[in-house]
Design a protein. Structure first.
Length: 527
């Protein structure tokens, strides 16, 4: 009696054990980063990310025959990418930056595939692995700036469309005044919520679209103006229907349904775009690929066909590349959990004690609603309206004891324009202080409905004074590595240009107040 062939089950079992062991050793150090990533997916802007791993797995399954034809050829070249990924992991872990850890995980997966399977199989898996990158949300400061710009563009186009429909509409930032009501263009209407998933969908579409690269680029890039236009149309239609339907047109089911409808409408336009491109340049099949339904050409005579020899589990585990990967991941886990990063939280005076009398200035303390405090995620703050000879100055400080892993300062550049303030003459300036030192600040004249204000703002960071959010991120990362500190603050002072005075007069007042307040503020911010 012929013995049954057990080679196929043994290969499957060894592969499952091999992948499972690697997966476990990856999960141990990356658990917190993965938990945070899945938490981001719960947000309305990134719910599509749940589908990305499934799409990647499907694309790998779709490539199963092509993968089977390629012989595994482990190569030490992949070790370089694995080491880079591990270094980036510790950069993110010590620096308190989740985005670095997410990119590290993506690079680690690619590096392990390269190390254990070789270059040819990695080429087959290139797109399924690349699409995983779209499941990593942008860092907050990039996301906030992009959201703000898309909101403003959507609001502007929405008002233009309302004018074409015969409506009287006036825009201040993201607030559209229709006379009978006001519409607030929030994140759900910003375009970003549809832009990213539509962009990802277009990439997947052109992957199966067998045409020249220039057509693929047109399809993908067209998602940006298409999304902005369709969302502006959504805003305009909300304004039109609001007059008849009231708040129901901008809230609840209709608001959600209109978003879904706009996305499907944009998807239909992409398909139409592909059809039009085929009509313009027909028969443009990408070189090197057979049309659907065609049989692949047989291998040339004499060409060797890869023969896959069953490999025992023990032999698989003894592969030097696999053993090296296991050792590196074990060391990464041991170091990640063995060396605990303890951030040094400096002591600071509570801002509740900040004086309301500063020289000749007298102040009235103001308080934010709990909703804004939670949204800003700050540790402590002070907001005071000071007056001197009936001339007001608003003083605001937000202090963060930690900016690690998802927590960061919100710049006025990302907040004030959304309220309708237009930044003009924005740039850098330097103020001479009473002690002979100078203070670098961001300076801007803000205008809204004919009302003007002059603003200074800067970021005190552990003995430094910074004026750029990029500098804030870089120094926060560096100080986290070298000083175990990520605390910092935002300071903002604003004064209006009152009737009968020039902007120069208002700025002199602001400079005089800043000179008075900085020495007192230094007593509340740790260096």
């Amino acid at each position: 009696m012929k013995k049954p062939d057990l080679s196929i089950p043994s290969i499957q079992l060894s592969s499952i054990i091999k992948i499972g062991l690697l997966g476990l050793l990856i999960l141990i150090p990356y658990y917190s980063a993965l938990s945070y990533l899945v938490g981001l997916w719960k947000g309305d802007d990134y719910t599509y990310c749940y589908l990305i791993p499934l799409i990647s797995l499907y694309l790998i399954w779709d490539k199963r025959e092509e993968l089977a034809k390629e012989e595994s050829a482990p190569t030490w070249k992949g070790l370089t990418l694995v080491v880079i990924a591990i270094v980036l992991f510790f950069v993110g872990e010590l620096g308190g930056e989740y985005y670095s850890m997410h990119i590290s995980l993506w690079l680690l997966i690619i590096g392990l595939c390269w190390l254990l399977m070789g270059s040819q199989k990695l080429k087959v898996l290139a797109f399924p692995l690349a699409i995983l990158l779209t499941a990593i949300p942008f860092p907050y400061f990039v996301y906030a700036n992009l959201t703000l710009r898309l909101k403003l563009i959507s609001s502007q186009l929405g008002v233009w469309m309302l004018h074409r429909f015969g409506f009287s509409a006036y825009r201040e930032g993201n607030v559209i005044d229709l006379g009978f009501t006001q519409l607030q263009v929030v994140d759900a209407c910003s375009g970003l919520r549809f832009l990213i998933p539509l962009f990802v969908l277009s990439i997947i579409m052109v992957y199966f679209y067998r045409v020249s690269i220039w057509k693929k680029i047109i399809i993908v890039l067209s998602t940006i103006p298409l999304t902005v236009f369709t969302n502006s149309l959504r805003i305009a239609m909300t304004g039109v229907l609001y007059k008849s339907w009231g708040a129901a047109a901008a809230e609840g089911f209709f608001h959600g349904f209109s978003g879904w409808f706009i996305f499907m409408f944009s998807f239909a336009i992409l398909i139409l775009e592909m059809w039009v491109l085929n009509k313009i340049v027909p028969g443009d099949v990408r070189g090197g690929e057979a049309p659907d339904g065609a049989q692949p050409a047989p291998a040339p005579a004499g060409q060797k066909v890869p023969v896959h020899v069953p490999v025992s589990l023990l032999a698989t585990l003894k592969q030097p590349q696999y053993l090296t990967a296991l050792i590196l991941l074990l060391l990464t886990s041991a170091i990640a959990y063995g060396i605990e990063f303890r951030e040094k939280i400096p002591s600071s005076k509570p801002f509740s004690q900040f004086p309301l009398k500063v020289g000749e200035w007298s102040g009235t303390r103001q308080y934010m609603e709990q909703f804004f405090i939670k949204e800003l995620d700050l540790t402590d703050y002070v907001m005071v309206d000071y007056q001197n000879a009936a001339k007001p100055v608003n003083f605001y400080v937000a202090w963060y004891e930690s900016q690690r892993k998802g927590e960061s300062i919100h710049s006025p550049e990302s907040c004030l324009p959304g309220g309708g303030w237009i930044f003009s003459q924005a740039g850098k300036s330097t103020i001479s202080l009473s002690n002979g030192k100078t203070l670098p600040v961001n300076r801007a004249i803000m205008e809204k409905s004919g009302y003007r204000q002059i603003s200074y703002y800067w970021f005190p960071m552990r003995g430094r004074v910074l004026t750029s959010t990029w500098e804030v991120k870089l120094y926060t990362f560096w100080d986290a590595l070298t000083r175990q500190r990520t605390d910092g603050a935002l300071v903002r002072v604003i004064t209006p240009v009152t009737a009968g005075e020039t902007p120069e007069d208002a700025e002199k007042r602001l400079q005089a107040f800043t000179k008075e307040i900085v020495p007192i503020l230094d007593q509340y911010l740790p260096r």
